[in-house]
Design a protein around this ligand. Structure first.
Ligand code: ADP
Ligand code: NG1
Ligand code: MG
Length: 463
């Protein structure tokens, strides 16, 4: 069984900047609610080094936590009302809901709905909804929103964590992570479990190989002499408000079922590409090969999918499509499945290269990151012009590897840079990407930064 989420004294031993931030949060809490907070929850965002859009196909991924996080100051109450307020009150309005009446709007998701995902997931999991305590909560997040660094899961995990603590409960990190992965889907995205797992299970100083079913997080030590730099393309992409993310999940599921059927398996029970590979006992390169022999490159039409799966169009619309994917007419099954199997292989290679730690490791890791970006861009089509431009600028500025991170269609790139070159790299990217566009120039302070593997979620109690 995994460890429980640590409970540590407050104020934490941290830099002046983060101490000031927590003091500001306390002041905002006192001003809003007229009392002192009793405790704080903290959950970080993450950067995924490699393994994009494969967690929901059952494959391992390789993220690390970042310093940017969501912190929630809390006082528990005896009513069953949850009062939510946000330090950024100009963007995120106050909200109140009752523990027994949690209505999550997944058509046009609002910030409070992510908190409600974590709250509801936790009280349902522990079967305490009708007895759940009320809370006064002040939220402060520093993870840039809708940018692929997982601000959404930091908020969901932190909400689950404070709800757990306010109700006097304590769960192992892996159980909490599985639960948070399930309940974030209440927002309407059908994601995997990477973001919640790393937010809750991260350890300072190491990236993690995250495996699923069962959930497992293994330390991955990165080679000496390299650093990771995050750069935000400044294109926001809200996954729950758009259909792209769920369309990719759907394409992977249809590819799974067609591959399974063509290979004579009981196809209807197959949901993930990883299950087909396992059932056929194939290596990942063999799975890539299977795709190239079994699926065609032209997009599949609805008619063709229905014909292959011997399904009526009406059943396809009602049982396979969802509100967010109802409009999708064609499915790029060859491209999506090729990306997933090849990306799953790159994750394993990345881990192996880190473990072997020979002198060529940085170059080899850089090559894998570049291949990953090309596959995301060309096969999975989850990049965008600005992000491709940014990745190219990062490579020209001296990165050994650079790729989009997170769901994509905007958001951030992660670049691997020799540590001694980082300052030089930052100057070049600032000049060639941020200063080229007036709307970006003012954002460079928070959009471009070097990062290190950070620590995972915790609870602070004032001492
Ligand atoms: P990401 O890639 O950052 O996870 P998502 O589109 O999945 O992006 O989620 C972004 C949403 O999460 C925002 O639109 C907002 O509703 C919520 N969110 C993120 N950070 C905060 C915050 N500090 N306070 C309130 N809500 C937040
Ligand atoms: P972001 O970009 O943080 O919303 C999403 C999914 C992940 C994973 C990545 C792509 C959620 C909560 N997160 O991350 O599970 O699929 O995209 O690798 O659904
Ligand atoms: Mg998200």
């Amino acid at each position: 069984m995994a460890d429980k989420v640590p409970v540590v004294g407050f104020p934490p031993a941290q830099t002046n900047a983060s101490f000031d931030r927590l003091q500001n949060l306390v002041e905002a809490f006192k001003k809003k609610f007229g009392c002192e907070p009793e405790f704080f929850g903290r959950a970080p965002g993450r950067v995924n080094l490699i393994g994009e859009h494969i967690d929901y196909c059952g494959y391992s991924v390789l993220p690390m936590a970042i310093e940017q996080d969501v912190v929630i100051a809390v006082a528990a109450t005896e009513s069953q009302d949850i009062l939510l307020s946000n330090v950024k009150s100009d963007v995120y309005s106050d909200f109140v809901f009752n523990a027994n009446n949690v209505d999550i709007n997944n058509d046009t998701p609002q910030w409070q709905n992510y908190f409600q995902c974590g709250f509801l997931g936790l009280v349902e999991h522990l079967k305490i909804q009708s007895a759940a305590r009320g809370m006064k909560c002040m939220v402060d997040g520093t993870v840039p929103g809708s940018s692929g660094l997982s601000s959404s899961s930091a908020l969901v995990c932190c909400a689950a964590l404070v709800t757990m603590h306010a109700n006097g409960k304590s769960l192992p990190k892996d159980e909490l992570a599985d639960m948070c992965a399930r309940c974030e889907r209440y927002i309407g995205t059908q994601g995997g479990g990477m973001d919640q797992a790393i937010s809750l299970m991260a350890k300072k100083g190491t990236a993690k190989l995250i495996e699923f079913n069962p959930l497992k997080a293994t330390d991955v030590y990165l080679p000496d002499g390299i650093s990771f730099v995050i750069s935000n393309s400044c294109v926001e992409m809200n996954k729950a408000a758009t259909s792209e993310f769920n369309t990719r999940v759907l394409e992977c599921r249809i590819a799974t079922q067609i591959l399974a059927k063509k290979k004579g398996l009981e196809w209807a029970s197959f949901q993930r590409l990883g299950e087909v590979q396992k059932a056929l006992n194939l290596s990942l390169p063999q799975a890539v090969d299977l795709v190239s022999h079994t699926l065609h490159k032209e997009p599949y039409t609805r008619d063709e999918v229905c014909q292959i799966l011997e399904m009526k169009e009406e059943d396809f619309v009602n049982k396979v499509l969802s509100a967010k994917t109802a409009q999708v007419q064609t499915f790029k099954l060859f491209q999506r499945a090729t990306h997933v199997f090849s990306e799953a292989g790159r994750v394993l290679s990345f881990k192996r290269i880190c473990d072997e730690a020979d002198s060529e490791a940085p170059q080899k890791l850089g090559t894998l990151m570049n291949e990953s970006h090309r596959s995301c861009r060309d096969m999975y089509e989850c990049s965008c012009t600005e992000l491709d431009n940014l990745v190219n600028i990062c490579l020209e500025a001296g990165a050994l590897g650079s790729r989009l991170t997170g769901a994509g269609w905007g958001g951030c790139a992660v670049s691997m840079v020799p540590t001694k070159e980082v300052m030089n790299f930052l100057v070049k990217v600032k000049k060639n990407f941020y200063e080229k566009e007036p709307s970006r120039a003012g954002k460079v302070g928070t959009a471009l930064f070097a990062t290190q593997p950070g620590s995972g979620a915790l609870i602070y109690i004032p001492t």
